[in-house]
Design a protein around this ligand. Structure first.
Ligand SMILES: *Cc1c(COP(=O)(O)O)cnc(C)c1O
Length: 432
């Protein structure tokens, strides 16, 4: 299948090129030229299928023309070696727990899939010494770094904003060593993202190095996120709760929710979506006013959503023919400030016993306020609350159990390179 750039100024490319390049030369994001609607028989039977079986069918619709069946199946099955259960919280509200993977955030799905697919293409091209650049607001870095750890021929550079990710998030990508280098940028997440984007547009760097990006701009990370929307729906079918399903997605760069919108295009019966934000409410404002005004991000306790210029916004525009009216038909927006997020985490824990993380809290609360009586609401619990340990413990006034997987990371020693936010410094580092 061909992939086109959202800016429509660059030529269409193969899957391989889209994955290896990441960003299109015209700075657009790649989109699949076709979104296949899955047959009714698939939906009739979905409640009887496993996560891996469902995901393979979805993956085949995206990638089946470009990767042999055996290889694709193996990549899907290896990627999804953990569950994403749907858990009832209260009333008609369910949590889709996406934190049971190795780094305890939803980004494990896309990160693991991408690492495997890119590894496959690089071997096929006989390439060595590929540099993967990834900017992180907290959870991407660990999911991508852990996905690529020890993979021959690939070196990962994780750029993160100094002092703006939680201590536990930081140790998940700064303690790994081997082929992973953590770069601590004196700036914001947007600065990190800008450094990565500029690197891809720099002729000298691209002539000397094999660069690729592992941010959600990469189709190999972005599209696999559709898998768990289908599987969540399957779980609701089993519970007889699959009528008028509303997905609520805590959003930063809007990759996760866009994958859900694509699932809907493939025929997944979703009534509507909600994009939940923190104080970085650029998308909410866009829905209200029809105007998109990116601005510098502000720091919040839901730090993985501290994004002032969501990179996947252009994909949403592309899917809906740039029409805000069409977008409003499918997506509602809402946002909460830090004080509200604290209250949500505390009240929900006290009343239901369910411990939300600060991102999932935004998702849960919109459903609580907006869900209609005949709807089933499902919010994406995008990370485990223990990843935001100090914040969550200070809110509920109790110790939070730290999963073993997370404790293992906390024992390692931090290694990072500190830089300012100038491109020349970053470029010099890559060239040496
Ligand atoms: C990355 C992240 C988000 C935002 O996801 P996007 O795909 O960037 O919208 C939300 N919550 C958590 C915990 C994350 O790590």
């Amino acid at each position: 299948m061909k992939y086109y750039s959202t800016n429509k100024q660059s030529a269409d490319v193969s899957l391989q090129e889209a994955v290896v390049k990441g960003l299109a030369p015209d700075k657009g994001l790649y989109m699949p030229e076709k979104i296949k609607v899955l047959p009714q028989s698939f939906y009739d039977n979905i409640g009887n299928m496993s996560f891996q079986e469902i995901a393979y069918i979805v993956a085949d619709a995206f990638f089946g023309e470009d990767i042999e069946a055996d290889t694709l199946k193996q990549i899907v099955y290896d990627t999804l070696n953990f569950d994403t259960p749907v858990v009832h919280v209260n009333d008609n509200i369910y949590s889709l727990e996406l934190f049971h993977g190795p780094t305890l955030a939803f980004k494990d799905v896309g990160g693991r899939f991408m690492a495997r697919l890119l590894g496959y293409f690089i071997r096929k091209q006989g390439q060595k010494d590929v540099k993967v650049l990834v900017a992180t607001s907290g959870d991407t870095g660990s999911a991508v770094a852990n996905g690529f750890l020890g993979v021959d021929g690939i070196h990962v550079y994780v750029l993160y904003p100094k002092g703006k990710v939680s201590a536990i998030q930081e140790c998940q990508f700064t303690t790994l060593g081997q082929n992973i280098t953590a770069i601590e940028v004196d700036g914001t997440f947007d600065d990190c993202q800008a450094l990565v984007k500029t690197a891809f547009l720099d002729d000298e760097l691209n002539s000397k190095l094999n660069l690729t990006s592992a941010n959600s701009i990469n189709v190999a990370r972005f599209l696999p996120q559709a898998f768990y929307y289908f599987y969540a729906y399957a779980q609701l079918v089993r519970q007889g709760k699959a009528q008028n399903v509303v997905f609520c997605v805590p959003s930063g760069n809007f990759g996760n929710i866009t994958a859900g919108l694509i699932a809907k295009r493939m025929g997944l019966p979703v009534k509507r979506f909600i994009a939940a934000n923190n104080s970085n409410d650029i998308f909410y404002e866009y829905l209200q006013t029809g105007e998109y005004n990116p601005r510098p991000s502000v720091q919040t306790i839901a730090n993985a959503m501290d994004v002032g210029d969501p990179s996947n916004f252009v994909r949403i525009l592309d899917l809906y023919g740039k029409s805000v009216e069409e977008i409003r038909k499918d997506i509602l927006g809402e946002w909460y400030n830090d004080e509200e997020i604290r209250e949500i985490v505390k009240n929900t824990f006290d009343r239901t016993g369910y411990l939300l993380d600060p991102h999932g809290a935004c998702g849960y609360q919109v459903l609580k306020e907006q869900l209609e009586a005949d709807e089933t609401g499902i919010f994406l619990e995008t990370a485990h609350p223990a990843k935001f340990l100090e914040t969550v413990e200070s809110i509920i006034g109790k110790k939070v159990d730290i999963p073993e997987k997370l404790q293992a990371f906390m024992k390692g020693e931090k290694q990072s390179i500190e830089i300012g936010n100038s491109f020349d410094e970053f470029k010099g580092l890559l060239l040496n």
